[in-house]
Design a protein around this ligand. Structure first.
Ligand code: NAD
Length: 434
């Protein structure tokens, strides 16, 4: 089986590289020529631990290649993994125009049987639209099946997640499609769950919305902790010891971001509205998350009173550690607000500064990207922790304190121990604890 991967972004690149590493013959394509040029030369356009090494290895092995030509990729492939973006539209729904255009390209190049696999996160019942589109536009008599195989990788640990999955969901409506996908994933056969297509599509949106709900839930509880003597870290620990709840995704902080949770929660709300199902619980999840930045700004105001002309070091721009992805990062709305209040921002992130420059170009003295962490904190009136990179957890706080104009630390990720930080002379604010 020749596998074609359409769209070599975060998901597509990992999918192409990892499927080839599993021994399959894979070709990746993308409308973005630069990504394909780089990938063909063994260079990744994204930062993802371990990915570039595997890319180089499999290019060399000859099991992986890249092509600008979508038509050639489609015609050469037996299975097509559709990994294009499904961004959020104004009304919250997922924008399916890239999936639709890919479906039309597949229709126009249907030279033989193809299994079209939705890997992108799509609304339930999308397969029906893909089938209709391919049938409407197809030239010739090529047969096809559509299947759903949602992706659960997390940026930052994407390669490991792909290679050691908790589950491989396969949504199919024919035996042939099932057999082909089971064969592709034979290394993970114990992890495979076969369902119908609607179920597989919904598993992805339901999973992301549930995880987002856990994060919003603990953030809600953190508000209560701040009004009492309770400590949200210990509340979360105590809750998480119950295996029915589990300790993961119970980290209070600045809320969830990234290219998935915010858009997937909103997409599911819209799907509910369209299908007449009341998913208003998820509206609250979204609202609580959006409010996090205002609540954090409240802490900044409490510490600085007036933000105008204050030097503020912002550590962490990526939406989470170990990625350069800034899509829907909480840092974006935070910086927007601080910018509107005329703060002098010193921004630092180990990997995401280039991506953040697209949102906020360098504009001294209002916005300065610093070479390193220490340059950001030098003479700062306050230091904000926005993403919990290990580099920040290991800060030499004594040194930092001496470098700052005012030793004020506002920790949006509860990275530090309050007693320890205060004993060093910092004024310290964190989330959901005194
Ligand atoms: P991305 O924007 O990084 O990549 C999408 C790629 O598709 C881009 O490179 C784009 O140029 C390409 N593309 C668009 N239209 C095309 C076309 N017609 N032909 C060829 N290429 C085309 O997005 P992503 O983060 O990889 O996400 C892709 C999908 O996977 C989304 O639905 C997303 O929700 C889902 N997903 C993402 C993650 C994640 O962590 N990023 C995890 C699981 C699922």
């Amino acid at each position: 089986m020749k596998i074609g991967v359409i769209g070599t972004g975060y998901v597509g690149m990992v999918t192409a590289v990892c499927l080839s590493d599993l021994g399959h013959d894979v070709i990746g394509t993308d409308i973005d020529k630069e990504k394909i040029d780089k990938a063909s030369q063994g260079s990744c356009h994204i930062y993802e631990p371990g990915l570039e090494e595997l890319l180089k290895k499999n290019l060399k092995n000859g099991t992986l290649s890249f092509s600008h030509a979508l038509e050639d990729t489609i015609q050469a492939s037996d299975v097509l993994f559709v990994c294009v973006n499904t961004p959020q539209r104004e009304d919250g729904s997922a924008d399916m125009c890239y999936v639709e255009s890919t479906s039309r390209s597949i229709a126009e190049n249907l030279n033989k049987y193809k299994l079209v696999v939705e890997k992108s996160t799509v609304p339930v019942q999308t397969s029906m639209w893909i089938k209709r589109t391919i049938s409407l536009y197809k030239k010739g008599n090529g047969e096809f099946d559509v299947a759903s195989n949602p992706e659960f990788l997390r940026e930052g640990t994407a390669v490991s997640d792909f290679m050691h999955p908790d589950r491989v969901i396969i949504g199919v409506e024919t035996k042939k499609a099932e057999e082909m996908l089971v064969k592709i994933y034979k290394k993970f056969k114990d992890k495979v769950l076969v369902t119908n297509i609607d179920t597989a599509e919904l598993i992805k949106h339901a999973s992301n919305s549930f995880l987002a709900m856990k994060i919003s839930f603990i953030n809600l509880i953190s508000d209560l902790c701040e009004r009492t003597d309770a400590d949200v870290e210990l509340v979360a620990k105590g809750m998480g010891l119950d295996p029915r709840i589990g300790k993961r995704f119970l980290r209070a902080g600045l809320g969830y971001g990234g290219s998935c949770f915010p858009k997937d929660v909103r997409a599911l709300i819209k799907i509910g509205e369209d299908l007449g199902a009341d998913l208003s619980l998820l509206k609250e999840v979204d609202r609580i998350n959006t409010d996090r930045i205002q609540s954090f700004l409240g802490k900044i105001k409490k510490a600085l009173w007036i933000v105008k002309d204050k030097k503020i070091a912002v550590l962490g721009l990526a939406f989470k550690p170990e990625t350069d992805d800034t899509r829907n990062a909480p840092s974006i709305n935070l910086i927007k607000e601080l910018q509107s209040q005329e703060a002098l921002l010193r921004l630092y992130d180990p990997k995401a500064m280039d991506n953040m420059r697209i949102h906020f170009p360098e504009d001294p003295p209002k916005i300065i990207y610093t070479q390193n962490l220490l340059d950001a904190v030098k003479e700062a009136n306050a230091l904000l922790i926005v993403t919990e990179w290990d580099e920040f957890k290991d800060l030499n706080l004594r040194k930092i304190k001496d470098m700052m104009a005012n030793p004020i630390l506002i920790d949006g990720r509860n990275v530090f121990d309050p007693d320890e930080v205060r004993s060093l002379g910092f004024e310290y604010y964190s989330i959901g604890r005194k």
